[in-house]
Design a protein around this ligand. Structure first.
Ligand code: HEM
Ligand SMILES: [Cu+2]
Length: 620
């Protein structure tokens, strides 16, 4: 294939095949957005079911066992199948454009990462239909998880293993992309903050996910092959699981939070019409948070019995994170200060985020005080704390980024009025739901309990909390209406609808499949803004028009993922009947066969010729 293909009219089958085989980061971004959005709705429905169970004392809307499955799958789904992939959606949609690149470093791997995530996510949820989903909490503490009957936790172990492999590949890909693929002049200290945070988050993925991989591997052996890594009476140690899990789990919080900070940095600077205040400090704060994120995992284990020395060290290290985070908060405020501020939907989320996240940070310092944590531990205070951080930080950022980058991804713009309605329902609902949980926790309401007695002072708080959760649900419905309406209207916008500052806005919306016809020359921070202040409309090119090298589509990533998916069932059910091992052989055969095909078949891609690019430029 050597010429440009007309892409406007395609049959459904051709479009489907195109997406199944695509290696284009922009299409992969859309798939992450759809799949992550779907799982966000699933996790949200699970949250509503939990809250409905807790709406009044001694309720029996769901059984105790089903409740355990609901909280486990809610937490697991939200973290691994909604928040992570949605972050990846924006990283894919934005990072290559922000650094002036034509794609990520390894487009094939990028697609493999997506399909592994999707099939892992499906696997996690299969448990619902085969006698019960995972029920040992999203943290799957041993021995609860190793002794949980049925297959629920097996689906958790294998589903997470498959989707985790995809995440690891994605992280490595973005590290290499950001190191290697920056346009001429894009030095590290000229990278937009979102790219910086994606970079540090990818480094965290590189170091954190292997700990999860190892932990899940040991857990798989304990559950499926009768080893005893976490079994005290076989010489194992359940606390090892907790260490492995949190060495992964705490950095995971920052893998989500740092890109969220990046989103807000872009939005606050764009809609204050100012460069980000304290750019250098923001970069160093990002790196420092990333580093400290690894030093504090054991604050999740204060009550395990590590002893006062370990508790003190981890308490102090944890509190230290408040310093770089505080620097960020002040820099956002200083960016706003004196700016010509435009308040639209993305900006509303950013303005709502600052106080909300600050509150979550303050309760974070409270639970980091080891002695006080003996009171807070496993109460609703903790539930309130981490939802303030993870919803008030990460989900707000995802919704802000959705409205901000929607025009770039789809070429249409979400309705601002509906966007604001979504914001107010969600924002008010959020604080109703979670603020009061601090007090429920202080009054002794334990986390993960199926029900509570009446007249313990917990009735009103829980009722309010449930009402708030449903208001968030209403906000989400308005978002869906907005998406449908915008898509139906299909009103096209230009390349730069926000009068923005960074490179992604220098090319049309949605961008052509090769992104930049000519790589841009970056001459400062906020490169597009630099050109605008000098009276130019677009970027100065760094190269003459020439042939562009493009990667070929491939079906192999899908096949590899299906293979591992099939093998997963074999691993699980061989514990009941060894004949299931056949599935392991078939599945691994498919996966390894596809990998072998990939390694022996030369795939040199194709070129878009310079003449075609010129002709296209003349026609438009
Ligand atoms: C937006 C509306 C949300 C509501 C109403 C909600 C509600 C809840 C509730 C009621 C619990 C159970 C606490 C218990 O039983 O003691 C819970 C647990 C949890 N939630 Fe959410 N949640 C929401 C969003 C999220 C998001 C966006 C995330 C992550 C990105 C998240 C992560 C978690 C985690 C990790 C747990 C702990 C599960 C466990 O204990 O194993 N939640 N949530
Ligand atoms: Cu932590």
């Amino acid at each position: 294939m050597s010429t440009l293909v007309a892409t406007n009219k395609k049959s459904f089958g051709a479009t489907l095949w195109d997406y199944l085989t695509t290696v284009d980061h922009k299409k992969i971004a859309i798939m992450y957005l759809i799949a992550g959005g779907f799982f966000f709705l699933v996790g949200g429905l699970e949250a509503l079911a939990i809250r409905w169970q807790l709406v009044q004392p001694m309720n029996d809307f769901v059984s105790a066992g089903f409740y355990n499955e609901l909280i486990t799958m809610h937490g697991t789904t939200m973290i691994f199948l909604a928040a992570m992939p949605l972050i990846f959606a924006f990283m894919n949609a934005v990072v290559p454009l922000q650094i002036g690149a034509r794609d990520v470093a390894f487009p094939f791997l990028n697609s493999l990462g997506f399909w592994l995530f999707l099939f892992g996510g499906i696997m996690l949820n299969v448990g619902w239909f085969t006698g019960g989903a995972a029920d040992a909490g999203w943290t799957a503490y041993a021995p609860l998880s190793t002794t949980s009957p049925g297959e629920g936790v097996d689906y958790y172990v294998l589903g997470l293993q498959i989707s985790g492999a995809g995440t690891l590949m994605g992280g490595i890909n973005f590290l290499v992309t950001i190191v290697n693929m920056r346009a001429p002049g894009m030095t590290y200290m000229r990278m937009p903050l979102f790219t910086w945070t994606a970079f540090v988050a990818s480094a965290l993925i590189l170091f954190a996910f292997p700990a999860l991989t190892v932990g899940l591997f040991l857990m798989m052996f304990d559950r499926l092959f009768g080893s005893g890594f976490f079994e005290a009476n076989m010489g194992g140690n359940a606390v090892i699981w907790q260490h492995l899990f949190w060495i992964f789990g705490h950095p995971e919080v920052y893998i989500l939070a740092l890109p969220a900070f990046g989103v807000f940095s872009e939005i606050i600077s764009t809609f204050s019409k100012k460069r980000l205040f304290g750019y250098t400090a923001m970069v160093f704060a990002t790196v420092l948070i990333g580093f400290l994120g690894f030093m504090v995992w054991a604050h999740h284990m204060f009550t395990v019995g590590m002893g006062p020395a370990a508790n003190s060290i981890f308490a102090v290290a944890t509190m230290a994170i408040a310093v770089p985070t505080g620097i960020k908060i002040f820099n956002w405020l200083f960016t706003l200060w004196g700016g010509s501020i435009e308040i639209n939907t993305p900006m509303l989320w950013a303005l709502g985020f600052i106080p909300t996240f600050t509150l979550g940070g303050m309760t974070g310092v409270m639970v980091a005080a080891a002695s006080a944590d003996y009171q807070f531990h496993d109460t609703y205070f903790v539930v309130a704390h981490f939802h303030y951080v993870i919803v008030g930080g990460v989900v707000f950022a995802l919704l802000a980024g959705l409205h901000y980058w929607w025009p770039k991804m789809f070429g249409t713009i979400l309705d601002d009025k509906l966007g604001k309605i979504t914001f107010w329902f969600f924002f008010i609902g959020f604080h109703l739901t979670f603020f009061i949980q601090h007090f429920l926790g202080l009054m002794g309401m334990p986390r993960r309990y199926w029900t509570y007695l009446e007249n313990q002072g917990l009735d009103l708080g829980n009722l309010v909390s449930t009402i708030g959760a449903f208001l968030m649900g209403v906000g989400t419905i308005f978002l869906l209406i907005n998406i449908v309406k915008t898509t139906m209207k299909n009103e096209k916008v230009g390349g730069d609808p926000w009068d923005a500052r960074t490179l992604e806005w220098a090319i049309p919306s949605p961008p052509p499949f090769y992104n930049f016809k000519q790589l841009p020359l970056v001459r400062g921070l906020d490169p597009l803004w630099v050109e605008k202040t000098e009276g130019r409309k677009g970027m100065t090119p760094a190269e003459p028009i020439g042939d562009i090298h493009m990667p070929n589509n491939s079906f192999l990533p899908f096949v590899i993922s299906v293979g591992l998916f099939i093998a997963g069932f074999g691993f699980i059910y061989q514990k009941n009947d060894l004949s299931w091992l056949t599935l392991v052989f078939i599945g691994m055969g498919i996966a390894l066969g596809a990998m072998l095909t990939r390694s022996v078949k030369d795939d040199i891609g194709y070129h878009i010729h310079k003449e075609d690019l010129q002709k296209e430029a003349e026609e438009s």
